[in-house]
Design a protein around this ligand. Structure first.
Ligand SMILES: Nc1nc2c(ncn2[C@@H]2O[C@H](COP(=O)(O)OP(=O)(O)O)[C@@H](O)[C@H]2O)c(=O)[nH]1
Ligand SMILES: [Mg+2]
Length: 275
């Protein structure tokens, strides 16, 4: 595992240790938490019009995490296809599958947040819902995080061989370069949907749409350490990408300035001691 602790703009020290189990987590409004025993891992998957991929992906995740105490939280982002019907049906086959459904489309970041708010484990793993991330990699990231030091808040996947169009790969390389140059987050692939992080650490971060691309910078800002591991990447076999290069660029410009501003306003006490 490569662990990167890029120099943040301001000196930061380790944040206090997140508790091993999130004792009582705020559930998202209107979303009740299931009452069974607390799982060790919550796998959160945002899905928007992914009916072609979601059921097979859920089965793959169940296979990958078999033997561990885990749950899956699929968040249907007001899909217009049969995603919700298929996932609802699948609950009979996969008892550890939970399905939440947005009433209106709210985007990938909000879907992830909804899933994390509902998650019952202290360690959350996110994966894209189109099957491009390989569930076989996910337990490795989760276990590395679990075994890591207390202030290690996230292990991000870095796609070794991107299976996307040349245009998307070029745009992504450019975007990652600019982001790393401006934010100094040490990440080469923040767009990789496969990440493992501590639920409490995520919930400490300021939320905004598209935050999922800035988790390394924001975790470092909060005083945490982050790590990365190489992961597999697969072709999108069904459905269509929900992003265009232009749309991504437009959002990225204002987001970059926003995160730079957040970094300039970071002050960290280096932990708080009770006396
Ligand atoms: N872009 C986008 N993705 C969403 C939305 N809601 C959920 N998602 C999910 O976010 C993940 C990433 O989207 P995807 O189209 O695969 O992005 P790409 O791999 O960069 O082309 C997929 O699982 C989507 O289904 C949304 O409103 N917009
Ligand atoms: Mg994709």
């Amino acid at each position: 595992m490569t662990e990167k602790t890029p120099a943040p703009r301001r000196k930061t020290a380790a944040a206090p240790k997140p508790p091993a189990k999130a004792a009582s987590a705020p559930a998202s409004r209107g979303v009740a938490k299931a009452a069974s025993s607390t799982p060790d891992f919550s796998v959160v998957v945002p899905v928007f019009d992914e009916g072609g991929a979601a059921p097979a992906l859920a089965r793959e995740i169940a296979g990958a995490f078999k033997g561990t105490n885990f749950e899956m939280v699929f968040v249907n982002d007001a899909s217009r296809d049969n995603t919700l019907a298929l996932l609802t049906e699948l609950k009979a086959e996969l008892p550890m599958l939970r399905v939440l459904s947005h009433r209106k489309n709210a985007g990938q970041s909000r879907s992830i947040r909804t899933g994390i708010l509902a998650a019952r484990a202290s360690i959350v793993i996110t994966l894209d819902g189109d099957g491009q991330n390989d569930p076989a990699d996910a337990p490795r990231l989760a276990l590395a995080l679990q075994a890591g030091a207390d202030d290690l808040a996230m292990i991000g996947g870095e796609r070794v061989k991107r299976q996307d169009s040349a245009a998307k790969k070029i745009a992504s390389r450019f975007g990652n370069g600019v982001r790393n140059w401006l934010l100094k987050d040490g990440a080469t692939d923040t767009g990789c949907g496969l990440k493992a992080f501590r639920r409490e650490a995520f919930l400490r971060l300021p939320y905004f749409d598209h935050i999922h691309r800035y988790l390394p910078a924001l975790m470092i800002r909060e005083g945490y350490r982050i790590g990365f591991q190489p992961v597999n990447h697969r072709h999108r076999e069904t459905g269509v990408s929900k992003y265009t290069n232009f749309g991504r660029l437009k959002a990225s410009v204002s987001d970059l300035f926003g995160v730079m501003w957040l970094q300039s306003r970071a002050r960290n006490p280096g932990g708080a001691d009770e006396v």
